[in-house]
Design a protein. Structure first.
Length: 268
């Protein structure tokens, strides 16, 4: 077992805690239904406690706390995760804390996140999106900064198209940015550190090579082409001023039933 490996000195403590958290998170995902929502929430919170840097656990724990009505704790969990690593899934969950707020209210509340790692690409993209929603287009352009030249991803270029459209630029200018977006690098994805396979969502086991806890949020080795996540290029807009249609990925095969504990025990 993981515990036995820890006691025998065959596994570093931080690796043990991380893998234990991954197993707890998978337990939470396995009971995500109406009859077991309390158990799922508790398991997700436990996974987040064991490994705060495990982004999917923080997101699931935050959403569980939102469902429970504990907005303060949800804010704390998601803020801590953002401190570890700014990530769009954290921002999406943070938006769900106050789903009915207006654009200006949302922009103000999100300062809890955007004040952290202000120079991070993810923070700048998020702030630009929020300002577009609030129709603060000069502020959106300022937030985006030099990303369209330094790191021109699909999302950054689509945001630039939205800014141009919001500021009344010609359709040809907007279409030009959208055309660039469709062929630009995808930006960070869930990538397997062993085989480099890209996953639309985090999984405890790589669907390609079977590696346990090998997915990390980073730039893929193959960076061109439409995003496999299927996520909106402007994920937090109330009404997106532009729409970029990327080709849909092939449907994922039916997942196999895998003994995660056995995989974790054998992982080196």
């Amino acid at each position: 077992t993981l515990g036995a490996k820890l006691k025998a000195g065959a596994m570093p403590k931080d690796v043990y805690r991380r893998r234990d958290a991954v197993l707890a998170l998978q337990e939470a995902r396995g009971v995500m239904d109406e009859t077991a929502s309390v158990e799922a929430r508790e398991a997700a919170i436990e996974a987040n406690r064991k490994s705060p840097d495990l982004i999917p656990a923080a997101v699931m724990a935050g959403r569980g706390l939102i469902e429970k009505g504990d907005k303060k704790s949800a804010t704390r969990v998601l803020k801590k995760a953002w401190e570890m690593l700014p990530h769009p899934e954290i921002a999406a969950a943070f938006a769900e804390i106050e789903p009915d707020e207006g654009p200006q209210q949302r922009l103000k509340r999100f300062r809890t996140l955007t004040a952290i790692h202000p120079d991070s690409d993810e923070t700048r993209l998020l702030l630009a999106e929020l300002n577009i929603t609030a129709e603060e287009f000069p502020e959106a352009r300022r937030a985006l900064g030099d990303l369209i030249t330094r790191h021109p991803t699909q999302r950054a270029l689509a945001i630039m198209a939205a800014i141009e459209r919001g500021e009344g630029s010609d359709d040809a200018v907007v279409r030009g940015w959208l055309s660039k977006a469709l062929t630009a690098p995808r930006g960070p994805q869930w990538c397997c550190d062993k085989c480099q396979a890209i996953h639309s969502l985090w999984q405890p086991i790589c669907e390609n090579c079977g590696g346990f806890d090998t997915l990390s949020w980073r730039e893929p080795v193959e960076v061109n082409g439409p995003s496999v996540t299927g996520a909106e290029l402007l994920p937090l807009l109330v009404t997106a001023p532009v729409v970029v249609v990327a080709s849909e990925p092939d449907p994922a095969p039916e997942p196999e039933i895998i003994d995660l504990a056995a995989v974790a025990r054998s992982a080196q």
